[in-house]
Every structure is written in C-alpha cells, then in structure tokens.
Ligand binder design. Structure first.
Ligand code: GDP
Ligand code: MN
Length: 377
C-alpha cells in the first residue's frame, strides 16, 4: 500500500523529523489562500501515488498569488503517469544548496532493512543509481542491533564532514528506522532531504509504502489508504472471491488457480500477445463467480478478446460453462470469447456450451494463438 507525500510527511512530523510547513488543497482558491498564509515563495505540488512528479511538471515554485493560481490551475486535473491530480500540496518555498537522498527499504539479499543515502539526491536519483551507483551508499541494519546512535552517526559521517549536519542526519536516520519498524513500512524515503541556507536538514518530499500483509495490525495506517479506480476493482474482486489485477494489454483472461494464471500469461506473451489482466477464479467454481469474473474483465475498455482457460480439478468445467452461458445472457458481450476446458466434467461443460457464440479450442496453446489472432482484428 502506498500513501501520498502529505500523509508520509504527517507521519514524519509525528516523529519530529523536520518537514516543510504545508497545506493540502483541492481548488485553485484554496491554493492561493494557503500561499497567502504561508508566504512566498511557495511550492505547488501534485499529490498522486507515483514518483517523478517534478519531471512531469507537477511541482512548481511560485512567487505571488497570480503564479500560485496559475500553477494550481495547471496542476489540478493534470495526468501524471495515468494518475489524475485531484489535490495539491501548497508548501513553503525553501532555499537550499544541496539535495540528499535517504531511503530505508527491505533488502532480501541481506535479509535486513537497509539504509541508502546519497549526496546526489533530487529528481535525477534514478540516473545516479544507473550511471554512478557508487554515489549511493548502502548500509544493512542488523535487526538485533537496530539503529543505535553510534551506528547512525557512523553512517552520517560518510555523508558529511560538518558535525552539526552529522548530528541532524543521525537523528533523522534513527527516527526513520523507528517509523519503518513501527508502521510495518516496506519503504520510507526522503528525496530530497535538503541542506537549507542556514545549515539545517529539512525533508522536502516523503514517500512510504507498507506491507499489505501487516495492515491487519496497523489500523491507523490502513485508514490512510486511498485506492485508485483499479485498486477499487481489485478490492471488489477480492470480496467476490476472485483475484484480479489489471494489466495494460488487450487480451482479457480468466483461469482457475494462480499457477495457471501465470502460465497463461507466459503463453500469451510467448506468442506475441499482451494480457489485459490477471484473473483467477480460484479453486471451487460456482456459476456466479464466472459471471462476476466476466463482468470485471469486460469493464476494461482495452479488452478486445476474452480467453477462458480452465483446467478442472476441484473446479468443475460444467459449472464454469453454466456461468459462462448465464454471463452471455446477462451481459452485453461485444468481444469474441475463446474457451478451452479440460479436466473435471470437461465433456459435460462442452456440451453445455454447444451452439453458444464462442470459439471452443482443445489446448492452451491453441487458445492463446486464437485469442491473439482475434485481438488483432
Ligand atoms: P518528485 O519529483 O515527485 O520526487 O517531487 P519532489 O517533492 O521531490 O520535488 C521535485 C523537486 O522540486 C525537488 O527535488 C526539488 O529540487 C524541487 N523542490 C521541491 N520543493 C521545493 C522547495 O520548497 N523549494 C525549491 N526551491 N525547490 C523545491
Ligand atoms: Mn522526490
């Protein structure tokens, strides 16, 4: 689960990490009022659950009310990597001379949390990681030891010579580690952490991801969840006993079992197609599940063809077939459907489907090839 910058910084502030003063706004009027309150220069920042807002034009420095209104009008409603900006943060504009990157994440190789820091923070950090990886220092944190001050300082000394900055950074590292630990975060990041002109460290940005499997014991964090349209669909699917994940292609598919879902995706890709989703109807089948699944797949406008690949074990092919017929009756299906049924009650299933307007094939390979062919028409 991801949260917005303003939410991450609220958590940082609760742990006394220095953050910019800021106000969340939904309209241009609110942005102007907030800027008048905090003073100029100020920064208008898109709040969307994706990074790279600066490069996309979603972060603008403004010097007066006119500029604030103009920036707000431009950024509100903007599309950033498929996310529509519905709210912005108006933050005090800060003068700084250096941008630091600080991140804590889980490193599966060392089986620990690692602290990553770099003097070359800012919007180019991904290029730094690619072209100059040595500029990013990495410190695995032993779980038994945690982050005592001597360790935090040792790491801070690798970044700064100035002892005042070392102390400030060490304090921030310890607090970030505490946040990471106490909130079950899988990522806590400040980029940039800036050195202001009066030599203090200040978090200008904040990013946090959480371990979904720990949310049951983090009710306060769970409340921060703001699902987007696709996540809402995924949640709805879960409630109906389906696992659904939207992807970017045009071949919608329905299978039973996660393994078969992966294999089907590989098969579609191998023959040059692009899956529109991952959809597992699970082990047991009842016709209603198939109707719900069809409904979900067809709610994606990109879907040009539906491929149904069932290997019946506990799932009975006749149940799936009944669900499919009901779905065809109830839903306005405009796209072709390719079906492969095998395993438990496949023969009965195929009899039920006889005469329906579907393409029935024998094997998974054939199903993938046919679906790809139909998706290109
Ligand atoms: P991101 O691009 O999504 O990571 O958004 P950031 O919040 O990191 O903002 C991008 C960049 O905008 C930062 O790296 C800074 O260089 C700049 N920026 C953000 N806030 C301020 C500010 O208060 N003052 C100034 N001068 N620049 C800022
Ligand atoms: Mn940033």
């Amino acid at each position: 689960m991801k949260i917005h910058e303003y939410q991450a910084k609220e958590i940082f502030a609760r742990y006394n990490i220095p953050v910019t003063h800021e106000i969340l706004c939904y309209t241009a009027d609110e942005v102007v009022a907030a800027a008048e309150e905090l003073g100029y220069p100020a920064v208008v920042k898109a709040q969307v659950l994706t990074g790279g807002r600066g490069k996309a034009g979603g972060v603008k420095l403004v010097k007066n009310a006119n500029e604030a209104r103009e920036a707000a009008a431009k950024i509100l409603g903007m599309d950033i990597k498929g996310y529509t900006v519905e709210k912005v943060l108006l933050a005090e504009g800060v003068k700084f001379h250096s941008e630091i990157y600080v991140g804590l994440t889980i490193d599966r190789n060392s089986k620990s949390v690692i602290l990553m820091v770099s003097r070359e923070g800012g919007v180019e950090i991904e290029d730094v990681a690619k072209e100059n990886p040595d500029a990013i220092l990495k410190f695995p944190i032993e779980a038994d030891l945690g982050m005592p001050s001597f360790l935090a300082r040792k790491m801070a000394f690798q970044l700064f010579d100035d002892f005042s900055l070392v102390k400030q950074a060490a304090d921030i590292f310890q607090k970030l580690y505490k946040i990471c630990f106490e909130t079950d975060a899988s990522l806590v990041e400040i980029n940039p952490l800036v050195i202001t002109d009066d030599n203090t460290l200040l978090a200008l940005d904040g990013k946090m991801n959480f371990d979904d499997n720990a949310l049951f014991r983090q009710p306060e964090i769970e409340k921060l969840f703001e699902p987007d349209e696709n996540e809402l669909k995924e949640i709805l699917a879960k409630e109906k006993g389906l696992s659904y994940i939207k992807l970017d292609g045009n071949i919608g598919y329905m299978v039973n079992g996660a393994g078969l879902a992966m294999a089907t995706m590989d098969m579609i890709k191998m023959y040059g197609g692009e899956p529109a989703n991952f959809l597992d109807i699970g082990g047991s089948s009842n016709p209603q599940k198939v109707i719900d699944a069809m409904n979900l797949i067809l709610s994606d406008e990109n879907v040009k063809v539906v491929m149904i690949n069932i290997f019946g074990g506990i799932t009975r092919c006749d149940d799936v077939a009944r669900g499919l017929l009901a779905a065809l009756e109830q839903l306005n299906v405009k796209v072709p459907i390719v079906v492969r049924l095998s395993g438990t009650n496949a023969k009965e299933g195929l009899e039920i489907l006889h005469g329906a307007s579907l393409t029935v094939v024998e094997s998974m390979t054939e199903a993938a090839k046919k679906a790809i062919e139909l998706s290109k028409i």
